[in-house]
Structure formats: structure tokens, C-alpha cells
Write a protein that binds this ligand. Structure first.
Ligand code: SIN
Ligand code: MN
Length: 303
């Protein structure tokens, strides 16, 4: 899949692109069927919601689950990102977020690049977020919310929030969010048909199989899921190879350390068997839990 000049212009202006139903129900079924088995595992890579057994986020499934290993090499997702960066990409992070019916908790307002910069020493924002819906996403089950154009602000000051949910996040304070939303259009306006336009918050919603590309500096959040419908989505972060992280402060199952360029499989890879490597199939190596506050060039110099 190639991006058109109009899509490139829109991405530059708004910071995201939405592709409804990019993957077919058959392709998504293969992925969704693999999720319960992955979520059932008692492993560090399954982070559960505060006070609940529901999985909030699962990490690194592409290293031990075959369907997700094939998704990680899917040209419909990888090609447009390589086009945008003009360079090969590697997998910086791979998550399957649960946002389960009744139990899925909020994601506070944040930018992803803030974390990658502060924790992982990723040099620049040349990394892209991709969201792929495994369930239908609607206004009730905690859809993503974006502040269009907020990526133009670069890295915004953030506080490390260790309290609100079970997962630490660098969050942007409410006063600044209010200003950014106002600048992006505020509440917007309803027309005579009850349709809202010009709103400073955008929320792409659509059927399972839809995909969003969003800039790593785009400010985003989502509310809790009080609906009876799961909102399982895969979030992949593809980083330009030259922009790889420079510190291993977070465990490898969260921030990956293999900077090899992704080699795409054919377009039908979710429906046909193609061999893929599953290095963590037999379990996560102990090294994946090891962390260091030293930059990696200092580690190599010291070796
Ligand atoms: C994220 O920002 O990483 C996740 C947001 C969500 O799942 O709603
Ligand atoms: Mn995020």
C-alpha cells in the first residue's frame, strides 16, 4: 500500500491517517483467535488492570505467537511507514491492548515519543505508531482520542504517573491539554442535522480490521470501557533503523533491542502459512528482563 500526496498532506497537518476495514474479517479472525491463549499466560509480558485479572496490555507477542509474528511483517502496515521515513524500519514496541468489556481502564493524555525519548533515549521522533482494531471500535468501548495537529508541538513536558493505572506513563497536564484542544477547534459545532464538525478532539472509530497510523508526538488518550464489548487493538511502533534507541532502561519485552530491518512477507501472509522465527516461543530469555541506566555506547566502550 502506498500513500497518496493527499494522504501525506493530511498526515502532516493532522498527525494521523485512518484506514477503515483495511484487513478482512478472515485476516482479523486469525489474530483475534490467538488472543485468549496469549492473555491466559502468567508472564511479565501480560500487564493486568489495577485490581483485576483483565489484561490491560500484552507485550512482544510477535516473538512467540505465529499469527502476530506474521502481522509484524505485513506490507499493508510496514510499506507506508517506510515510504514516509524513506528508510527501513524495525519493531520498537509491540502491544495487544485489551480494554476489556466493563474492566478496561483509561489511558491518560500522553505522547508516545515522550516515553521513548525520556526512557529509551530514542534520538528523534522518526518512529510511527500503528493501531489495528481486532474488535469493532465505537463511541462506547473507549476509542482512542487525538488532538489533531498536536504533533507539531514536538516533545511536550510530561509527568511520570505511577498511580492512576497499573502501567506507568509520562502524562501531559490537563491545563495544557485544554489549551491544545481549544487551539485545534475546541468543542466544534453541531449543524442542523446534529453532525459535529471542527472539534478539537478526533476519535477514529470503525469495524475490526481498521488501521490508524499516528505520529509519535500526537497527543492521545482513551476513556475506560464500561460497555459490554471488548476493544482489543494491536499497537505497533515502527522506528527508522537509524533512529534506534540508545539505552536499555526498560525490559526488552517492552522496548526491543533487535534493530534489524523488518523484512515484509507477501500480502496474504495472515491467511497462508509462511515460516517466521519465534525466538521466545519456548519462553522469554532472562536477558529480556535485564535493564541498565547507561547509554549503550557507554556500555560498548566499557566492554
Ligand atoms: C496507548 O496509548 O498506548 C494505548 C491507548 C489505548 O489503548 O487506548
Ligand atoms: Mn500511547
Amino acid at each position: 500500500m502506498r500513500l497518496t500526496p493527499q494522504q501525506l498532506e493530511r498526515f502532516d497537518r493532522e498527525g494521523f491517517l485512518f484506514f477503515p476495514s483495511l484487513f478482512s474479517p478472515g485476516e482479523i479472525g486469525v489474530l483475534r483467535d490467538a488472543v485468549p491463549g496469549i492473555y491466559a499466560r502468567r508472564e511479565a509480558y501480560n500487564v493486568r488492570e489495577k485490581g483485576s485479572d483483565a489484561v490491560r496490555t500484552n507485550f512482544a507477542a510477535h516473538l512467540y505467537s505465529e499469527p502476530f509474528a506474521r502481522l509484524a511483517r505485513h506490507p499493508r502496515m510496514v510499506q507506508p511507514v517506510m515510504d514516509l521515513f524513506g528508510e527501513a524500519v524495525y519493531m520498537h514496541q509491540f502491544k495487544i491492548n485489551g480494554k476489556m468489556a466493563f474492566e478496561g481502564d483509561v489511558w491518560q493524555w500522553h505522547q508516545d515519543y515522550g516515553t521513548w525519548f525520556n526512557d529509551d533515549l530514542m534520538p528523534t521522533e522518526r518512529a510511527m505508531n500503528v493501531a489495528i482494531f481486532l474488535d469493532d471500535v465505537n463511541e462506547f468501548n473507549g476509542p482512542l482520542m487525538f488532538i489533531p495537529g498536536s504533533h507539531k508541538r514536538g516533545v511536550i513536558e510530561a509527568k511520570h504517573d505511577l498511580q492512576t493505572t497499573s502501567y506507568p506513563l509520562w502524562v501531559v497536564d490537563n491545563e495544557l491539554i485544554a489549551k491544545l484542544v481549544e487551539r485545534a477547534g475546541g468543542k466544534g459545532r453541531y449543524d442542523e442535522n446534529g453532525r459535529l464538525s471542527g472539534c478539537g478532539i478526533a476519535s477514529p472509530q470503525g469495524p475490526a480490521g481498521s488501521m490508524i497510523l499516528f505520529h509519535s508526538c500526537l497527543v492521545h488518550a482513551s476513556t475506560s470501557n464500561l460497555s459490554p464489548w471488548n476493544r482489543v487493538s494491536v499497537y505497533l511502533s515502527l522506528c527508522a533503523v537509524s533512529n534506534h534507541i540508545r539505552r536499555f532502561k526498560r525490559p526488552e519485552y517492552i522496548a526491543h533491542r533487535d534493530f534489524a530491518p523488518i523484512e515484509c512477507l507477501p500480502d496474504d501472509c495472515l491467511l497462508r502459512d509462511y515460516p517466521v522465527e519465534l525466538p521466545w516461543k519456548g519462553g522469554m530469555p532472562a536477558s529480556a528482563l535485564a535493564t541498565s541506566t547507561e547509554p549503550i555506547d557507554a556500555m560498548t566502550r566499557g566492554a
